[in-house]
Design a protein around this ligand. Structure first.
Ligand code: SF4
Length: 295
């Protein structure tokens, strides 16, 4: 198949998509709507967002439900979950937790790791910025992954439960992971514009990479923002670079809209004029390029 490149009109059409998007409808469906009420300060915001990002697998209703159950285990206050004096009770309360393949013992270990980290640091931003200074965004994500895995702290933290390290992939691993969940966490932390939290101030929004879930990847591929056929870290870089050419200051501004266009069913992922008709990016979409639409 011929390479599908973005049209020169794509920036204008994306902007239209953004301007017309029903943010409030999709905000209610997004995990961030369950995180925001828990994020009453920066520390709680980071903990709630790490929980939300870690659980961001599967459909949004199930993710919001899982975040709610974890918050409930902390009596509605995520700070309770990282208080070392609550460790034994926390382990008990999380014992039966399950969301997809994520288990309560893994979350229990995550809270142990966070409590250990926060004993010596104010914010996870320090870890991200240290890695970013050396190796750019992927270096920052790698450092974050390393902290969350508890690397080098096994004496203090004990043995991690089975499958724990795989929850926090790094772009520098050879796994080929798009690292969607950590990239989403960083988006929530860095962007201060709706609907994100904006607790971090040292990372410019222009540095962000797009959290490439299946919906965003599908549309990005069909708009020509990437030609890659797999949802890899290389695809993340390609889509992010294409979006940066459109908006160098805030390239992931369109992420929420692209993601929820897929989640909400506004994009059928096939040629269906009844649904595609009002789509602002239809002239750019691989499925429609060059096709006349009957009036
Ligand atoms: S034109 Fe249709 S298939 Fe293409 S992005 Fe828009 S809604 Fe999706």
């Amino acid at each position: 198949m011929r390479a599908h490149r973005p049209t020169t009109e794509l920036p204008r059409h994306l902007e239209q998509l953004y301007e017309r998007f029903p943010f409030d409808r999709s905000f209610a469906d997004d995990p961030i709507s369950s995180i925001r009420p828990l994020a009453t300060d920066r520390r709680r915001g980071e903990v709630a967002a790490i929980v939300g990002a870690t659980l961001a697998i599967g459909n949004t209703t199930a993710i919001r439900g899982a975040i709610g159950r974890v918050a409930e285990a902390g009596g509605g206050d995520v700070a309770w979950l990282i208080d070392p004096s609550h460790a034994r009770e926390r382990t008990r309360r999380l014992a039966g937790f399950r969301h997809r393949w994520i288990r309560g013992d893994q979350l229990d270990h995550l809270f142990r790791v966070l409590a250990d980290y926060y004993a010596g640091h104010d914010s996870l931003e320090e870890a991200f910025v240290a890695g970013w200074a050396q190796g750019g965004f992927s270096g920052g994500l790698d450092r974050l992954s390393s902290v969350l895995r508890g690397s080098g702290r096994s004496a203090e933290l004990g043995r991690a439960p089975a499958g724990y390290h795989a929850l926090f992939p790094s772009p520098l691993d050879r796994s080929g992971s798009p690292c969607k969940r950590l990239t989403l966490f960083v988006r929530w932390m860095v962007r201060a514009r709706y609907p994100d939290l904006g607790y971090w101030s040292r990372v410019p929004t222009g540095e962000l990479r797009v959290p490439l879930d299946h919906h965003v990847y599908w549309i990005a591929y069909h708009l020509g923002l990437t030609g890659r056929r797999t949802r890899s870290w290389e695809a993340v870089e390609e889509v992010s670079e294409a979006l940066r050419r459109i908006d160098p200051i805030d390239p992931v501004k369109y992420d929420f809209v692209l993601c929820h266009t897929g989640i909400s069913g506004d994009c059928p992922k096939e040629r269906d004029i009844a649904v595609c008709g009002p789509c602002s990016v239809r002239p750019d979409c691989r499925l429609w390029r060059g096709r006349a639409v009957a009036a």
